[in-house]
Design a protein. Structure first.
Length: 260
């Protein structure tokens, strides 16, 4: 297991145990913020840690060789923060808009030297001059700054003392500010290009804890891109990079701390 994820899970478990003990150790404890959830609109902010990688569907011609995958993704950790706007629908349903900024760096490795055998071209791909791939050609460190705008429908249960469980799901509009989608250079010049505008779906579960002055919510969220993020290389670029990938989609697991 990723060391960062293991540490995060341990820290989250300790934090949860501490909060739970403080909340439930006395059965006669008074309810806090009793009218908070009756507000039609409320605000807050959140901090999050992420574990990200790519879901890759390979091109069977250029992305595989003798049943070996030629392109691989290395997962990475990152962080983000954002704002919360909650709109109350009824006692059990809320709509949440949580725009945030996520910072990420991932790595793709293209072990596609064997694609030189296709140098004579085909009906769909022109001939090309083979090149010897260097380490700089094979490895792409992809930095992303993502403006993430999820809109989620939240279903929660009744309060139990000073806590309330919930589940939520919704859709995201995500803008990648470092996509390089408009660049005329491509992987031949070590420039990796991906789509700027993206759509995803998210699912989340957590427990809301009520304190005297605020509500704290630890949660786990999964976010999965729906569109293909890969931007094809230029027509004259040999099929060592984008041609090897049919579909490239971000997927992320987030540990979120919300303050309202």
């Amino acid at each position: 297991m990723n060391k960062f994820l293991l540490k995060a899970l341990v820290l989250a478990s300790v934090s949860f145990a501490t909060v739970a003990n403080a909340q439930f150790r006395t059965r006669n404890r008074m309810d806090r913020l009793e009218d908070f959830d009756q507000k039609k609109v409320s605000w807050g902010f959140y901090l999050n840690g992420n574990l990200l990688d790519y879901r890759i569907v390979l091109n069977p011609r250029y992305g595989m060789y003798e049943n070996h995958n030629l392109v691989s993704s290395k997962e990475s950790t990152s962080f983000g923060a954002g704002l919360i706007a909650k709109f109350r629908l009824n006692d059990y349903l809320d709509v949440r808009i949580e725009p945030g900024l996520q910072f990420a760096q991932r790595q793709l490795t293209f072990n596609t030297d064997s694609n030189s055998i296709y140098q004579d071209g085909s009906l769909t791909n022109p001939p090309f001059v083979p090149i010897a791939l260097t380490e700089k050609d094979r490895v792409r460190d992809i930095k992303s700054t993502l403006v993430d705008v999820p809109v989620m429908l939240e279903l929660h249960g009744d309060r139990w003392y000073n806590s309330r469980p919930y589940v939520a799901a919704g859709v995201n509009y995500v803008v990648n500010l470092q996509s390089n989608s408009d660049s005329e250079d491509d992987n031949l010049q070590q420039v990796f290009r991906s789509t700027t505008h993206n759509f995803a779906w998210s699912a989340e579960m957590g427990i809301q804890f009520y304190f005297n002055k605020f509500k704290l919510t630890p949660a786990i969220r999964g976010t999965f891109f729906m569109n293909n993020e890969m931007v094809s290389d230029n027509a004259t670029t040999p099929p060592y990079w984008s041609a090897a990938v049919s579909t490239l989609q971000t997927r992320a697991i987030m540990f979120v701390l919300k303050f309202e």
